[in-house]
Design a protein around this ligand. Sequence first.
Ligand SMILES: [Zn+2]
Length: 135
Amino acid sequence: MDQILGQVLRNAVWERLDMLADLATRADTDSLVSVARSELPRLTEGWRAMLSAHEPDERGDCPTCSTRWHRCKAPCSVWQVAHEHLVAGGLAPQQDLRRTWRRTRANVPAQTRAPKPTQAETTGRHALIPQVAAH
Ligand SMILES: [Zn+2]
């Protein structure tokens, strides 16, 4: 059961990221501004929360990625990805990367994936209501 819930949770996050990426390419200017104002602070807070959990400890190891038997030196993979996408790659859209993500997710069972949002859900006032809440 925990595995199923974990899959549902992960799928909800993937679907949310897909929806935001689709909005970035398809929504009109007013919708984009609205989405940017509401979602950018949430995304930056999400990054901050995740990176905080991966701040190096006094030994220079990542406390989250390290285990009792294997110490993971900072910067761990989470920080490396953050730097790659937020600093080195800038904030420009990366279509090729998105396709890579989709490819790696291809083995996700279809019945656990959340339904695609309708046109009204992705462009209207209620576009940002979490899809999970509807289930
Ligand atoms: Zn880490």
